[in-house]
Each structure stands twice: as structure tokens, then as C-alpha cells.
Design a protein around this ligand. Structure first.
Ligand SMILES: NC(=O)c1ccc[n+]([C@@H]2O[C@H](COP(=O)([O-])OP(=O)(O)OC[C@H]3O[C@@H](n4cnc5c(N)ncnc54)[C@H](O)[C@@H]3O)[C@@H](O)[C@H]2O)c1
Length: 347
């Protein structure tokens, strides 16, 4: 029988490693169909389209916009390309899901958020850890008052690709080298994953910081701090002190040197009625709680968390319902402002 459901026709811009994740995710969604892809690297574009069965291939965004037979875009280009490409997509009145960080500075991110709001297109930023069941459940428990007034928290994002080759050899592969070099658009570990862990904290707490300070460090990793065309000047680790709107204090950190952790996020958050431990480690989501009656014995229990819709699914649903969904460009811009503040503290 013919499928009569409305279908969102998608184009992916940027067919690198994360583009593959977008393609796989949309392929699994019934009301979405991948109709086109764009990449300036033609060889990669063709390989990507063949692999994901995408018919229309373009080597420039303008060529896609001229073709015009699509409804929405996933922008999976490198960080410094998001701003100009997203503005072009928004100007063409297409819905957009853009990768994080939204831009490389607050001014650009603000312009993107204002343009998207002005055009009225559905706009989302891919803060992908919102897909983790335990973070959604923790946010709900905090909103329901389960832990009372938040007083203290600690959060970390731990990677170790500078100490072992599980994801490839960082010294010889461009996909890792650009991430170590500000000249190639990187804001280091802060710009790359700092945004995720700051979102982790502020989403669960449902508050933004009223102040923060950040210490960043770039370790010596090669002779003259340079490999080929890549000066290795982007930060490798950061430690941030944060005070939330309600005065709660916390420490947020991230590093690419956390030997023993490939890609692990943790948040411990404490209120006057209880505590929560949220983690996403070895791709496993977990939530533990110590609540009122268990406080005296300091007993922690596992909390069951229901599966949640992915951001990709929320994006498609938002388009079909014509209702904005979160996290949107405005949220991306707010987080970008915090990243800029943290960079300003760089000594
Ligand atoms: N949400 C997450 O958890 C997550 C995870 C990994 C990466 N990312 C983000 O995804 C984005 C892409 O990362 P990646 O690792 O896939 O990078 P990548 O370098 O593997 O891929 C980027 C692709 O964009 C293409 N490109 C560059 N300029 C272009 C342009 N003007 N038009 C069309 N294509 C262009 C490149 O040729 C490349 O193929 C980055 O912003 C990164 O921060 C997000």
C-alpha cells in the first residue's frame, strides 16, 4: 500500500564522520527521506551518497539551493563553516539542524539565532547528549523538586584520544590535527566538547551560570608545538568554576588526556533534599539517586529511565507539526556566549 504520510525531504551538508551518523539516524525515521548531500570534497561525497543511497549530489551549497527540491538541512560541516552556510540555508527558508558548536564565537551564533527566529524556520542544534535517557530523567527529577534546592555540582567530559589510538593516530590524521589547531578553526577541547558538558549541567539544573571562570591548558605534544601545517595551540584540558543563578557552586572539566576513558560524561548534582549521579560511560546511560529517606544512611539507588526520542526524530516531528523544538539556535547561542567567556579567561 502507498505510504500517504507526509515526508520530510532532507539534505545533508558535510559528508564527514558525523555526517554518517546523521544519515544513519534519518534513514531509521519513517517520515524522513534523504534526497541530497553536499560536500566540497567530491570523492568523499560520491562514496557517502553511494553508501547511504542518496540520489542528488552537489559540490556547493548554492547548487543545492538552486535545485530547491528539499525541505530541510542537516549542517554537518566543520565548526567555522556553520555560520555562513546556515545563514544561506535560513535565507532560503529551509528548516535546519546544525551541528554543535553553533559557531566559533557568540557574535556569529547570535546572528544565526536571530536569523532563524526571524525566518520562522524550525531550527535545532545537535546537542547529542540530550539523547541520553538519564540526562532527561535527571532534568525531570530536578524540575519536580526531588533534590530540593541545588547547592553543589561536579561534571566532567573525559576523552583520551591523545594517549591511545582507539580512534586513530592523532599525530598523522587531519581529522584530529585540525582539532588541535586554532588556525584550523578549533577552540580546543572547550569548543569541541565543553559545550556538551556545560549543556549537561545547565539543562539538568534548569539554570544558567551567573558567573564562571576557566583555566585552559595546552600541553606540549610535538617539537616546536607543530606538526606539518598544524600549530598545536588549541587547549587540551580545562577546569571551570561555575556559579548558577541560585548561587549553587560547581566545577566543570574536560580533557583529551583522561587515560582509561574513551568518551565518558558524568554529572553529580546535590540539593538540600537529595543527590543525583548521571553518567554516560562506555555508551551506557545510568542514573543513581540518594533521596530524602536515604540521606542519613547515604544509600544510592539506580533510577530507571525511559528511552527518549533523538534530536533527529524531534527535528522531523517539529517540521511536521510546525512547532519549534529544543535545543534550538537560541540555546546554541547562549552556550556559545559561555564558551566565549571561558576563552576570555585564558591565561
Ligand atoms: N554532536 C556531536 O556529538 C558531534 C560529534 C562529532 C562531530 N560533531 C560536529 O560535527 C561537525 C562535523 O564534524 P566531522 O567530525 O564530521 O568533521 P569532518 O571533517 O569529518 O567532516 C566535515 C565535512 O564537511 C565538508 N565541508 C567543509 N566545508 C564545506 C562546505 N563549505 N560545504 C560543504 N561541505 C563542506 C568537508 O569536506 C568534510 O567532508 C563539526 O561541527 C563537529 O563539531 C558533533
Amino acid at each position: 500500500m502507498k505510504n500517504t504520510q507526509p515526508i520530510v525531504r532532507l539534505a545533508i551538508i558535510g559528508t564527514g564522520s558525523m555526517g554518517g551518523m546523521h544519515a544513519k539516524s534519518y534513514t531509521a525515521i519513517e517520515n524522513a527521506t534523504l534526497v541530497a548531500a553536499v560536500d566540497t570534497n567530491e570523492t568523499q561525497l560520491i562514496e557517502f551518497c553511494n553508501k547511504h543511497d542518496i540520489e542528488h549530489r552537489f559540490t556547493s551549497l548554492q547548487a543545492l539551493l538552486d535545485w530547491n527540491e528539499f525541505d530541510a538541512v542537516s549542517n554537518v560541516t566543520p565548526d567555522q563553516v556553520h555560520h555562513r552556510t546556515s545563514l544561506q540555508v535560513i535565507a532560503a527558508n529551509k528548516h535546519i539542524l546544525c551541528e554543535k558548536p553553533l559557531a566559533v564565537n557568540y557574535q556569529d551564533a547570535r546572528e544565526m539565532a536571530d536569523a532563524a527566529a526571524g525566518a520562522g524556520v524550525i531550527n535545532m542544534v545537535n546537542l547529542s547528549y540530550r539523547n541520553v535517557a538519564s540526562i532527561q530523567k535527571a532534568a525531570q527529577m530536578v524540575a519536580d523538586g526531588c533534590i530540593g534546592q541545588i547547592k553543589h555540582f561536579e561534571a566532567s567530559y573525559l576523552q583520551s584520544w591523545l594517549t591511545q589510538p582507539a580512534w586513530g593516530d592523532w599525530k598523522s590524521q587531519s581529522q584530529w590535527l585540525w582539532r588541535l589547531s586554532s588556525e584550523h578553526g578549533s577552540k580546543g577541547v572547550l569548543g569541541d566538547v565543553g559545550i556538551h558538558i556545560i549543556d549537561f549541567v545547565t539543562f539538568v539544573a534548569n539554570q544558567m551560570p551567573k558567573s564562571l571562570s576557566c583555566q585552559l591548558h595546552t600541553f606540549n605534544k610535538a617539537e616546536d608545538d607543530k606538526i606539518g601545517e598544524y600549530p598545536l595551540d588549541a587547549n587540551d584540558s580545562f577546569v571551570m568554576h561555575m556559579q548558577l543563578d541560585n548561587d549553587a557552586l560547581g566545577v566543570v572539566s574536560a580533557t583529551r588526556f583522561a587515560s582509561g576513558h574513551h568518551n565518558d560524561l558524568r554529572l553529580r548534582i546535590y540539593g538540600d533534599k537529595g543527590g543525583l549521579e548521571v553518567s554516560f560511560e562506555n555508551s551506557t546511560s545510568r542514573l543513581r539517586a540518594c533521596l530524602e529517606k536515604d540521606l542519613e544512611s547515604a544509600t544510592w539507588h539506580e533510577v530507571e529511565c525511559a528511552d527518549v526520542d533523538t534530536i533527529y526524530q524531534k527535528f522531523i516531528d517539529a517540521i511536521l507539526l510546525n512547532e519549534q523544538a529544543l535545543p534550538n539556535f537560541e540555546r546554541g547561542a547562549q552556550l556559545q556566549q559561555l564558551l566565549d567567556t571561558a576563552m576570555g579567561e585564558h591565561k
